[in-house]
Design a protein around this ligand. Structure first.
Ligand SMILES: Cc1ncc(COP(=O)(O)O)c(C=O)c1O
Length: 401
């Protein structure tokens, strides 16, 4: 641990003492040449792994031409990426941002403006779910509703009502004349890899239609192929009105987007929202390159295939090491292992195997490998998880003996 006063950075991150110098596919290499198998992928960001040649080429060639021009001008890469996202999804309209939280801010503003231009300015409240995570801006910490992120930052931004996860009765009771929208992650990521069952998403869609309110999906973590579909909600067959994306869509370059139907976006007219960097030529070049790969025939099938290998292998490990892992959950390559030991202990034991994962709520650890991981790399991951589970299991037995 570095001394709090002597080092220049905010102390907001509890950083592991690891210094990576470069990345190659699913591998990260430290300054001293040690190789780590990266199944955290920048928390679902490096969707195509590290130094993917197509992304490197896109960034380099755009970097030599034009970095930034401002949204006062046409940005051809933005039109192209916007159109491709529209063609591939429910959406008719796209607003580009630099991060997930900004995409959520745009989603929240879009929903409120929709009701405002419909003559219902009183409809501004958004219903969210316990355990949610939507970012760290003042509005998104209010949306997430977690006390640990709200504490000490003054009055909570008004207009968010939270209900328990999966409690239909509480949800219905929370809808009132001021409700504008329901906001939900198809799978809670930070909250502990808690999937919303497909039938519940369909019920949410119906509820929103019946009540004349909008359905906003936060697919910042679940999108860009992570679950084996381009977006996780596709498994349920529903279409949201608004969706926030980021992380994997930029493959490591800061890029987010808010997608909406033309109807939902009708209040977002000239001048009501903006951004300096969002949709800049560099981000658009990389975003288009990421889509080139993810939309390639067979790519999402590959994700599903690797996910199956992981699921089967992990189920077997959980069976054999019940004192370490009690449950495997999630969808596609958004995998949660419910830890029996403190999840920080499991993350550290895996790190000792040179295997990177990331913790989540509910004492879960997340496996979020690059979507390009091969069968061989998945098997390597399983063998490292097994080695860590074996060590922790032996330690637990010794402790209880
Ligand atoms: C579901 C979800 N929404 C929003 C965010 C916020 O994204 P960002 O950190 O890019 O602002 C995150 C980040 O972890 C997330 O997982």
């Amino acid at each position: 641990m570095t001394d709090a006063i002597a080092q220049p950075l905010y102390d907001t991150f509890a950083r592991a003492d690891l210094r990576f110098e470069r990345g190659e596919g699913v591998w990260l290499v430290t300054e001293t040449g040690e190789r780590y198998l990266d199944f955290a992928a920048g928390i679902a960001v490096n969707s195509l792994g590290h130094s993917h040649p197509h992304l490197v080429e896109a960034l380099k060639s755009q970097g030599e031409k034009l970095w930034h021009v401002s949204n006062v001008y046409e940005i051809p890469g933005q039109r192209r990426l916007g159109q491709r996202l529209v063609d591939a999804t429910f959406a008719d309209k796209v607003f580009f941002t630099n991060s997930g939280a900004e995409a959520l801010e745009c989603a929240i503003k879009t929903a409120r403006r929709y009701h405002y231009v419909n003559g219902h300015p009183e409809r501004f409240r958004i219903i969210t779910f316990e355990g949610a995570f939507h970012g760290r801006t003042l509005a998104t910490i209010a949306a997430g509703g977690q006390e640990k992120y709200l504490e000490g930052f003054g009055p909570k931004v008004e207009g968010f009502d939270q209900v328990p996860f999966g409690d239909e009765k509480a949800l219905k009771a929370a809808i009132g004349p001021e409700t504008a929208a329901i906001l939900i992650e198809p799978i809670q990521g930070e909250g502990g890899v808690r999937p919303v069952p497909d039938e519940d998403l369909r019920a949410l869609r119906k509820l929103c239609d019946d009540e004349g309110i909008l359905l906003i999906l936060d697919e910042v973590q679940t999108g860009a192929g992570r679950t084996g579909k381009l977006f996780a909600h596709e498994w349920s067959g529903i279409r949201p009105d608004i969706m926030a994306v980021a992380k994997g869509i930029g493959g490591g370059f800061p890029l987010g987007a808010c997608l909406a139907t033309a109807e939902a976006a009708k209040g977002m007219t000239a001048g009501v929202h903006g951004t300096t960097y969002g949709g800049n030529p560099l981000a658009m070049a990389v975003g288009n390159a990421v889509l080139d790969v993810i939309l390639e025939e067979g790519f999402l099938e590959h994700v599903q295939k690797i996910a199956l290998t992981m699921k089967q292998g992990l189920a077997s490990i959980a069976d054999r090491y019940p004192a370490v892992i009690s449950e495997v959950r999630g969808r596609g390559l958004l995998i949660g292992l419910k830890s029996v030991v403190p999840n920080t202990t499991l993350v550290q034991a895996l790190r000792d195997e040179h295997f990177l994962t990331v913790g989540a709520g509910d004492n879960v650890i997340r496996l979020l490998p690059p979507l390009v991981a091969s069968e061989e790399e998945a098997r390597e991951a399983l063998s490292r998880i097994e080695a860590a589970a074996e060590r922790l299991s032996v330690a637990a037995r010794q402790k209880s003996a």
